[in-house]
Structure formats: structure tokens, C-alpha cells
Design a protein around this ligand. Structure first.
Ligand SMILES: [Zn+2]
Length: 89
């Protein structure tokens, strides 16, 4: 008896269990937003460590990267909210 291969991603599985329609686009947009948030967290932590160790130059250099990533987070979350509103998913 061979095990049936599961072609569902974890989100698809969750949606199926909950009886909610799965939207691939929403899933991709959510993943993109989560990746950017994760990057923001890492950058902020890196900056705090730089400040703690007295590397003010490094901390200042991270500022620009943080601001760019924050802008990206705004765009990605905006795209997610817009899709959810228009698609009703
Ligand atoms: Zn959708």
C-alpha cells in the first residue's frame, strides 16, 4: 500500500481543513510581506547590537537599509490588503 503523495502546501491544507477557499496570490503576497518583516527584525536587531558595542558608524549605515526595507514592507502589505479587498479572499 503506497502512501498517497500530498501536493498541498501547509496553507492549502489549513484552508481545506477550515473549509476556506485557498488563494495562491494571497499566499504569495503574505509570504513576501512576512519575509520583509523578518528582514526588518534582523536589521533592527543588528543595529541595536552595533549601538551596544559602540559601533555608531555601523549603526548609522544600517539606517538607510532599514528605511528602504521599511518602505518595501509598506508596499508589500499594501499589495496584500489591496488584493484581499479586491478579490474578497
Ligand atoms: Zn485572492
Amino acid at each position: 500500500m503506497g502512501a498517497e503523495r500530498c501536493n498541498f502546501s501547509s496553507w492549502q491544507l489549513v484552508c481545506r481543513v477550515l473549509g476556506v477557499e485557498y488563494c495562491e496570490t494571497k499566499s504569495n503576497l503574505m509570504q513576501a510581506a512576512e519575509d520583509t518583516l523578518e528582514r526588518l527584525i534582523r536589521l533592527a536587531r543588528f543595529q541595536r547590537e552595533a549601538l551596544e558595542s559602540g559601533s555608531e558608524g555601523t549603526a548609522a549605515a544600517i539606517d538607510q537599509e532599514l528605511e528602504q526595507t521599511f518602505g518595501e514592507k509598506e508596499r508589500r502589505l499594501g499589495a496584500l490588503y489591496e488584493h484581499t479587498r479586491e478579490h474578497g479572499c
